[in-house]
Design a protein. Structure first.
Length: 255
């Protein structure tokens, strides 16, 4: 009988640890949780943490700190989980004990916004943060604009989400990099093209899946492949007689 009771107790405790109880994130405009990132944080995870802190402040009015340590019992843990079995844009959001874990496959590289938007396929934690914010009612109706419901006190129920976008190619246009030039009223929305590209990131647009000419070259990243560059005749021959490692020679048999 004692053994049975012990087993029941252990199962109950595991259930609490996995599902958790209601978690207080903010109370009357004061933060009750922190945002934790790993040591040597990947740049895309750092951006995810900054976006989360920024929008939680807009929602609650509270300041949320980002760091590798926290004074709070409840914390968002970004980029800590095992992402080995996840697809590029797949992510997990779950509560474990007092923590909210958000993670996916994340690139180790540091990208400018242009490359992060157009070429980086591994930014699962960032995708997860935007999905989480959407569950709180945040919306991005247009570049430079957002809708954020005010909620000074924020309490979360238990979460257990594993999500992969239904469509691998989700694009509504390719003009983000020159947004300020092609729309006459662009300055009413954004200060620069980077802000426009951030909007595309927030609404879940995919990186380039395919493109013509030089864009395909950049996506394939052949210029970074030592084996590919070992045969200089594969590289574009310029009018000066020199080879350009950024592009391929389209008449070469290997191309």
């Amino acid at each position: 009988m004692k053994l049975k009771l012990s087993i029941v107790f252990v199962l109950c405790m595991l259930s609490v640890l996995l599902t958790g109880t209601d978690l207080s994130i903010a109370e009357n405009g004061v933060a009750k949780a922190g945002i934790l990132v790993p040591e040597n944080t990947k740049p895309v995870v750092r951006l995810a943490a900054e976006e989360l802190a920024s929008y939680l402040k807009k929602i609650t009015g509270a300041e949320f700190t980002i760091g590798t340590r926290s004074k709070f019992k409840t914390n968002f843990k970004l980029g800590f989980g095992d992402s080995s079995g996840l697809e590029n844009e797949e992510f997990i959001i779950r509560t474990v004990g007092n923590d909210i874990e958000i993670f996916g496959r994340d690139s180790k590289e540091k990208f400018p916004i242009f490359d992060l938007y157009y070429f980086c396929k591994e930014k699962g934690t960032l995708r997860g943060v935007y999905y989480f914010l959407e569950q709180l009612g945040v919306r991005w109706p247009a570049p430079g604009m957002d809708h954020v419901p005010a909620q000074k006190t924020l309490v979360l129920k238990a979460l257990n989400i594993r999500f992969q976008p239904y469509f691998k190619d989700r694009r509504i246009g390719s003009g983000a990099y020159r947004f300020m030039n092609i729309y006459s009223d662009a300055h009413e929305y954004c200060k620069n093209n980077d802000e426009a590209m951030m909007w595309y990131l927030r609404i879940g647009e995919t990186p380039r899946q395919f493109a013509h000419g030089c864009h395909s070259e950049a996506s394939l990243a052949l210029s970074k492949d030592p084996e590919w560059k070992s045969d200089v005749t594969r590289l574009q021959l310029m009018k000066t007689g020199k080879r350009d490692p950024r592009y391929s020679c389209w008449t070469h048999p290997d191309v």
